[in-house]
Design a protein around this ligand. Structure first.
Ligand code: T3D
Length: 264
């Protein structure tokens, strides 16, 4: 009998939201080549289809993502070059997520460990179930944080907390992750998917160019001086002010009605 092929990444598009589900629940959705290929395909779709105005990323089963699948590497090999996998998959993925001029919502439904934790932090707005947790598991196996962890953690949580998380590989609860500013919101498990969906649908109905420019400005601020940031704001405002959504937003305000943004 033919084996039943189950896609390691599921996609569905509804109301402008591309829902992307990591789908290896028996391995807590650990990254393997199939997951990387699926995510690369979903990103390509998000980049090219104008009907997609928001991404929503989550995991199937009880975990969000346990990071790199540790059974995939040939531990008997004389030399192992882990940089190859980062160059081929993880680094392009994080760069594409940050460069995508559309919002990415993450619904962390369970444990997020190693590259899985930092993949979540690479998203723009992160919600987590109360039972979820974040683990910088790298040190437990003699590695260093990757998938952007050493960039995101100090910026989100501050150097002391980032350092301790990375050096100990300790588990951070979703509630503490919210308290520390690592994520936007921790919600009851039963509410996670509906809350995340509500947010994603609202963002997808928003002024997409404006939201893309907001993303650009916020992330650029990490490396800009105030003067550079003011210049960037001027340039972005100039550009977004030429769009349909600005006219629609102002017209809707003046006419005391809800705006109908086209994303243009
Ligand atoms: O190689 C490179 O490219 C370098 C890049 C590295 C990036 C990284 O992400 S390094 C970090 C890799 N991840 C980890 O070290 C985490 C390993 N997993 C865990 O520590 C634990 O599984 C968790 C703390 C995440 C969850 O614990 P728990 O008790 O809730 O679940 P479990 O029983 O450990 O896991 C359930 C199953 O998933 C289990 O399979 P089994 O025994 O039922 O058949 C377990 O082996 C599997 N699983 C969990 N994580 C991974 C995994 N299988 C492969 N790779 C994993 N990362």
């Amino acid at each position: 009998m033919e084996p039943i092929l189950v896609s390691p990444v599921l996609e569905s598009l509804q109301a402008g939201v591309l829902r992307i589900t990591l789908n290896r629940p028996e391995k807590l959705n650990a990254f393997n080549p199939g997951v990387h290929q699926g995510l690369a395909a979903a990103m390509a779709r998000a980049e090219s289809e104008s009907a997609i105005r928001c991404l929503l990323i989550t995991g199937a089963g009880r975990g969000f993502c346990a990071g790199q699948d540790l059974t995939e590497r040939d531990m008997k090999a004389a030399a192992i070059d882990l940089g190859t996998g980062l160059e081929a998959w993880y680094n392009p993925l994080v760069k594409r997520m940050r460069a995508l001029p559309k919002p990415i919502v993450c619904a962390v439904n369970g444990v997020a460990a190693g590259a899985g934790a930092n993949f979540a932090l690479a998203c723009d707005i992160v919600l987590a179930a109360r039972s979820a947790s974040f683990i910088q598991a790298f040190v437990k196996i003699g590695l260093v944080p990757d998938c952007g962890g050493s960039y995101f953690l100090p910026r989100l949580a501050g150097m002391q907390r980032a350092m301790a998380l990375a050096m100990t590989g300790g588990r951070l609860s979703a509630e503490d992750a919210e308290r520390w500013g690592l994520i936007w919101k921790c919600v009851d498990d039963a509410q996670l998917q509906s809350e995340a969906e509500k947010l994603a649908i609202a963002l997808a109905a928003g002024p997409t160019r404006s939201i893309g420019f907001i993303k650009n400005a916020m992330y650029a601020s990490a490396n800009n001086t105030l003067a550079e940031q003011l210049d960037l704001e001027r340039d972005l405002q100039r550009e977004v002010g030429k769009g349909e959504d600005y006219r629609e937003g102002v017209a809707a305000f003046l006419e005391k009605r809800a705006p109908a943004f086209s994303g243009k």
